[in-house]
Every structure is written in structure tokens, then in C-alpha cells.
Design a protein around this ligand. Structure first.
Ligand SMILES: [Ca+2]
Ligand SMILES: [Ca+2]
Length: 283
């Protein structure tokens, strides 16, 4: 930490330039006391005082001339990616470690704290000061990035040749960081949809969710991952819409995904009216 520079009283630099400057070494009289380092200018000198000394000539003892030090400011910034579908994310950073030679620092101001932040970037700034008013600042940028997910794909079951719903990568393994949402509808509002698993091959943390209706995330009929066998009984929607959302994590572990068959039935009636095949393409 650099000591605070103390400037002598005669600091009229402009006049200094205008006058016929005599070649006088302003440090020749060793004006800086208590071990201070003198720097000479043509009409004044500057003392760089040793720790614990202050004043123009370092004559003041017991002075605090050391600014506080913040040792873990995240100057490179803090960046978080929001969960899929969210326009905010929880952002946190370590408690700042602030030290001062006096042993005491106070938080003067701050404009941020760990918590939820909206998508985008903003500056966060902390200012700490010691009892002498010497301050240290930690500023950094908090950034929340939005997941640019695939748009929800809505299809009519009538358009589907065969009723099989599967990842386009099947039988290969699905990729990391997938986030796909689909809505399947029957064009007949009097019919509901029934779904039966043919394959369920996911790894822990990779999740397939199936629900009733046309709002992704509402009226969940089942949530499946690698730890859970597919249900023996079909899943049945309560309207002519059903949705599914598949997300995979970033652990590099994947399976072949899933296949399920979708049927249109009359409500509370297991009679099959029609079967379609749907293969997810181009996601
Ligand atoms: Ca200090
Ligand atoms: Ca995985």
C-alpha cells in the first residue's frame, strides 16, 4: 500500500511555470521527517511519509495514512445464467474481506447485496472507510444471462402419423443442456389425451415432465428422471391438450431419452379412437 503523499504548502504550480525558476533542490534541507521520502519540484516538495506519520513534513505521529484493503473483491464480475424460462436468477458473492491498519473499517455505502437479479447487467459498488476517512472501493458487474430456450412446439395429434413421441436423437444419446417444450392437442375439444411410455432412459438430473393442458408447467401428471421407472398406468390429460418438457443437465451423462405413445380418448373412456406418430425434429 502506497503511503499518502503530503504536499508542501507552496503549491502554486502555475506561478512556478511563469517565474524564472531558480535551480533549487527543494529537498536539500531534508524537510521530510520520521523517515519520509522527499520528492523535489521546482517550487515545492512532496513528502511520502512512512507508515504512521502524516502532515506536510511527516511531523504528525500516530497518523493513519493507510487506506483500507479489500482483498477479495470479485473484480472480474459475477455472472449467472437464469433457469430456463426465468427472467431472473439468484446471484451471490463472498462477503468482502476488508482490512485496515487501524483495525476498524465501516461500510460507507453499497448498492447491492446477494439476491435475485433480473436478466441484464448492473454495477455493484461497496465503499469502506477507516476512522480517518480513508476509503477503499470494490466495484464489479453482476450479470444474469437468460437461457435462450427452444420455443414451445405445438402440434395437432391429427397431423402425427402413428402416435409415437420421441427425441429426434433416439436411439442415440441426448445432449447436455437441452430444454424442449411441446404441446400436443386433439382438434376435437371433446377428447382428451392419454400417454403410455414405451421407453424411459434418463439419467439423474435429466427430467421429463408431462402435464395436462396447454400451459407448460401447469397440471403436472408426472415427473420422471433416471431414478424412476415409468408408470404402468397411462397418463391422462383432463383436456384436449397435453404438454411435455424435457431438460437435461450439464453433467455429461445421458441416456437415449424417451418414447411414449399418445392416444385420443373420450373422457373417462379408454376406448382408442386414433393413433399418431410424432417424432421430434429439428430442435
Ligand atoms: Ca487506515
Ligand atoms: Ca445428464
Amino acid at each position: 500500500m502506497l503511503p499518502i503523499l503530503q504536499i508542501s504548502a507552496d503549491t502554486d504550480i502555475e506561478n512556478d511555470y511563469r517565474s524564472n525558476t531558480r535551480d533549487v533542490n527543494r529537498c536539500s534541507s531534508s524537510p521530510c521527517r520520521n523517515g519520509g521520502q522527499c520528492t523535489a519540484f521546482s517550487k515545492f516538495f512532496v513528502c511520502s511519509c512512512a507508515q504512521g506519520f502524516g502532515g506536510t513534513t511527516c511531523e504528525v505521529t500516530g497518523a493513519d495514512n493507510q487506506v483500507p484493503v479489500i482483498s477479495n473483491c470479485p473484480t472480474q464480475g459475477v455472472t449467472v445464467t437464469a433457469n430456463a424460462g426465468d427472467d431472473f436468477a439468484f446471484v451471490t458473492w463472498p462477503d468482502l474481506i476488508v482490512n485496515d491498519n487501524s483495525g476498524h473499517v465501516n461500510l460507507v455505502s453499497s448498492n447491492g447485496a446477494p439476491g435475485n437479479y433480473a436478466v441484464g447487467s448492473r454495477n455493484v459498488r461497496y465503499v469502506y472507510a477507516d476512522a480517518s476517512g480513508l476509503s477503499a472501493t470494490c466495484s464489479f458487474v453482476v450479470t444474469v444471462n437468460e437461457v435462450v430456450g427452444n420455443p414451445t412446439v405445438e402440434v395437432s395429434l391429427d397431423e402425427l402419423p402413428g402416435g409415437v413421441f420421441q427425441l429426434d436423437s433416439y436411439p442415440g444419446q441426448y445432449a447436455d443442456n437441452e430444454d424442449m417444450s411441446f404441446i400436443v392437442r386433439s382438434n376435437n375439444p371433446n377428447l382428451v389425451l392419454q400417454m403410455t411410455f414405451l421407453v424411459l432412459d434418463l439419467r439423474a438430473g435429466d427430467i421429463l415432465q408431462i402435464g395436462s393442458g396447454s400451459v407448460i408447467g401447469n397440471n403436472v401428471l408426472g415427473t420422471f428422471n433416471g431414478d424412476r421407472a415409468p408408470p404402468a398406468q397411462p397418463l391422462t390429460s383432463t383436456s384436449n391438450f397435453a404438454w411435455c418438457r424435457f431438460t437435461s443437465n450439464s453433467d455429461g451423462l445421458s441416456g437415449t431419452g424417451f418414447i411414449f405413445r399418445i392416444w385420443k380418448i373420450q373422457s373417462r373412456n379408454v376406448e382408442c379412437f386414433e393413433v399418431g406418430v410424432y417424432v421430434m425434429i429439428g430442435l
